[in-house]
Each structure stands twice: as C-alpha cells, then as structure tokens.
Design a protein around this ligand. Structure first.
Ligand SMILES: Cc1cc2nc3c(=O)[nH]c(=O)nc-3n(C[C@H](O)[C@H](O)[C@H](O)COP(=O)(O)OP(=O)(O)OC[C@H]3O[C@@H](n4cnc5c(N)ncnc54)[C@H](O)[C@@H]3O)c2cc1C
Length: 419
C-alpha cells in the first residue's frame, strides 16, 4: 500500500488528492491531506470583495468537503519535514510517514517584513485585498473614500496572480466613475517591475490600458517602508509616493515549515522542482506544485491546475518505476478584469509570450483584447473551480499544454515589437 501525503489543501493539494484518489483504489494507496485550517478560499474572488461585487462568505467553503471520500483529511499545522526518514512532523507532535510527498502549501503573506506596513494606519488607511479579512475591511474604506490619492503597491515579486493588482486599478477606475467621483481620485499603480506585468507584450498592453484610464504607473519602485501616519511609500532609493489610501500587496514567502526542513526549500521557502516534471530537487519521491514551487512561471491557480495533471501522472510513473512525463510546458492562463463588465485573456508558457488570437483554438475567447465574453468567462470560472477543477475533472478543450492553434505568432522580430 502506497502512503501518499499531500501538504496543503488549497487549489493544488485538493485537485491533486482528488485526482490521485481516482487513480488509485482504496486498497492501493492511502492519501492524506494536511491543512492548517478548514477554510478553502476561492482566491480570485478576493478581487471583487472590496468593490462589493461579492462577499467573503460567497467564496469560502469547508476544505474537507472538497475532498473525495477515501481521502484522509487532517487539520494541523506542518512543523517540518524530515526528508531522511520520510516523515512529516505536525505541530501537534503527531507524525505522518510517506512514500510520496506532495508539497502544495502555497505562498504566505509577510506584511511584517516591510517596515511600517503593519504599524499605524494598517487596516485604517493601509490595506491588502489578498486576504478575506483585508478585502472585507477595504470594502468599508472604499465606500467611505470621497476623493484623494489611492495608491496600489506591489512591494516585491514574486506574488500570487501578478495581474490582480492592475485588475484592482481597473476596477477602482470603474468603481469611482460609477460613484461619480473619479475626477476627485488620483489613482497610481506602484510596482517593483519595470512595467505593468512580468511579460513584455502583456506589460505593454496593460501599461497602455492604465494610461488610457488616467492611472499613473510608477515602476522599479522597491518599497523599503510604508509610513501610514504621514501617508507615504518610501523606496530603498529614497523615492516617495504619497497616499490617502494605500492598497499594498505584501512580500510573499513559502510556508515557514519549509525553512525548518533541511534540504527542502530555497532561501524564500519555495521548493525548487524540475520545471517539466514537477519532481522536487530535494528528493525523487517529493513533488511540488502551485505557489509553493520555485518555478519560472506566474504563481496562479491556472498554473497549479495544469501542473497538477502532470504531477499526478508522474506520481503514478514514479511508483511504477517508469520514466517521468516531462510535458509541463509552463502553461498559464489568466483572465484580467478591466472594468465595465469586460476582461482580457492571456495564455502563455515558459517559451511563448502572451499572443493575440483566440483561445483555446481558432474559435474561442479573444486573447489580449478586452471583451464582454472574457468577463463572462472570468465569472464562470468560479463555478468551474468548485465543480470541475477541484474535483479533478478534465475541462473539455483545455489541456495542461499551451495550445498554439488560434494564436498569431509573429513571423519577424519587427512584427513581434508591434504586438
Ligand atoms: C487576490 C488574488 C486573486 C487571484 N486571482 C487569480 C486568478 O484570477 N487566476 C488564477 O489563476 N489565480 C489567481 N490567484 C492565485 C491562485 O489563487 C493561487 O495561485 C492558487 O490558489 C495556488 O494554489 P496552491 O495550492 O499553490 O496554494 P493555496 O491554494 O494558497 O493553498 C495552500 C494551502 O496550504 C496551507 N498551508 C500553508 N502552510 C501550511 C502549514 N504550515 N501547515 C498546513 N497547511 C499549510 C494553506 O492553509 C493553504 O490552504 C489569485 C490569488 C489572489 C490572492
């Protein structure tokens, strides 16, 4: 009987455990999922909470209920992993022995790492929408906001869903227009990147959309401290951005237990893994996916989903002593809400930039273009998340590898610069 232990019961841990349960009969493998709480948050929904478009209770479900029967679910904090003895040590002092370990403990926000961020003004005029509590508190603050300088700041990369902060800016523009006070609000997006996004083509498109909406873009700003009392962000090179209301995306690290598990993670607590097989660099019987993995691709739910399909195949191959499937190509797919019931879609992988065209084929959702259809896709995704993606069902027409059909590939370098 194989003992498979999955650390983390979020997007990656849940879909992996459910797919594994389908692949192995009850007599073939025990599957145990460990998470520190029983609150599964549909995180893309957090974007809509500050604008009153959804509420935390609509995007949170009990974690254990998302797991198929026959999966053992433990609510416990992981304390550390002993790779030598193949044992997970839980904070309640119990232990779990494994033959295969899946690390899916995501990324942890560390606002306390930025000087002043959680000091005076925190949750009064300095907020984050990356937690249900922060997003709900921000809803109240936005409703009270009658004008002034609203700043959205990404302290440092990597973060989960790098398009969520520009999306917040677009929705803020829409929200203040709806309230008839847009002319009284200065919107500024402050990022440590050299543009609005990590990939040049999408960055150019998003940068243009920010400019069209009168949202100022401040780049290469590495936030050193946040002064909530005086209302200013200060960079390490002493530039200042003043604010009346700040929406900050704090530093992200791997889960703290990774640092206490010799050999498992890197200096940020993320777990290095082979970018095509998802096998960890630490041990052949340890796999990592989602935000917890140190891979050169966005930390996103879509990425986690596509990785999960290959990872589950590879656990099967590993246990059967077969060569691993190296087919994960870095496929990522993100809907970018742009306000006024429109959204843009980008689809890319390790090698290919987000390109214009259609997804998933010649006919489909428009890429790199705002459309109402994409907005509907973004809204529908929540249903797919709970009913298809988490239960481990295949989504018809969507594959873990990036589709090329339907994309306009530039034929010359000159054409590429015009995209
Ligand atoms: C505001 C926002 C908007 C987003 N929008 C999108 C989007 O539009 N599209 C998209 O694709 N992605 C989006 N994402 C990103 C997406 O939600 C994540 O990339 C995805 O959930 C990652 O899945 P994961 O399993 O790696 O991590 P998670 O789903 O975060 O799960 C990690 C789990 O590990 C548990 N854990 C951590 N440490 C421990 C410990 N020591 N012991 C026990 N358990 C532990 C946590 O409780 C958590 O349940 C968004 C994220 C945010 C915050």
């Amino acid at each position: 009987m194989h003992r498979i232990v999955v650390l983390g019961g979020g997007t990656g841990g849940t879909l992996t455990a459910n797919r594994l349960r389908k692949a192995y009969g009850l007599g073939e493998a025990t599957i145990t999922v460990v998470d520190q709480n029983d609150r599964h948050v549909y995180q893309p929904g957090l974007l809509f909470v500050p604008f009153g478009l959804t509420h935390p209770e609509d995007i949170i479900r009990p974690r254990g209920r998302q797991l198929h029967p026959g999966i053992d679910y433990r609510t416990a904090v992981v304390d550390h992993v002993d790779l030598e003895t193949q044992t997970v040590h839980l904070a309640d002092t119990s232990e779990l022995a494994y033959d295969v370990l899946v690390v899916a403990t995501g990324a942890v926000l560390a606002p306390e790492e930025t000087e002043g961020l959680t000091g005076p003004g925190w949750m009064e005029k300095v907020f984050t929408f990356y937690t249900p509590e922060g997003a709900a508190a921000l809803e109240g603050a936005l409703a009270m906001f009658e004008g002034g300088r609203l700043v959205v700041n990404v302290v440092e990369m990597p973060i989960k869903c790098p398009v969520a902060p520009p999306e917040f800016c677009f929705l803020a523009d829409w929200y203040f227009r709806e309230r008839g006070i847009r002319n009284r609000v200065e919107l500024t997006y402050v990022t440590s990147l050299d543009g609005a996004f990590t990939k040049p083509v999408a960055s150019k498109a998003l940068g243009g959309m920010l400019a069209e909406r009168g949202i100022e873009l401040v780049t290469e700003f590495n936030t050193g401290s946040v002064d909530g009392k005086a209302g200013k962000l200060v960079s390490w090179d002493d530039r200042e951005v003043p604010f009346d209301l700040a929406v900050v995306i704090p530093v992200h690290n791997g889960a703290p237990y990774v640092a206490n598990s010799p050999g498992l993670g890197d200096e940020l607590g993320f777990v290095p893994a082979d970018e095509h097989t998802l096998q960890s660099k630490a041990r052949p019987n340890v796999f990592a996916l989602g935000d917890a993995a140190a891979l050169p691709i966005s930390k996103a739910g879509s990425v986690t989903h596509f990785e999960g399909e290959v990872l589950v195949e590879n656990i099967g191959r590993f246990l059967a002593g077969e060569p691993l499937d190296a087919s994960y190509d870095g496929h990522a797919n993100c809907f970018i809400e742009t306000g006024f019931s429109k959204a843009m879609l980008i689809d890319f992988n390790y090698e290919t930039e987000p390109l214009p065209g259609h997804f998933p084929g010649q006919v489909g959702l428009p890429l790199l273009k705002e459309s109402h259809l994409n907005h509907l896709g973004k809204l529908m995704f929540q249903w797919l998340y709970w009913h298809s993606l988490l239960p481990g069902r295949d989504v018809p027409g969507i594959t873990s590898s990036m589709p090329s059909h339907g994309k306009h590939h530039p034929k010359t370098p000159k054409e590429a610069t015009r995209l």
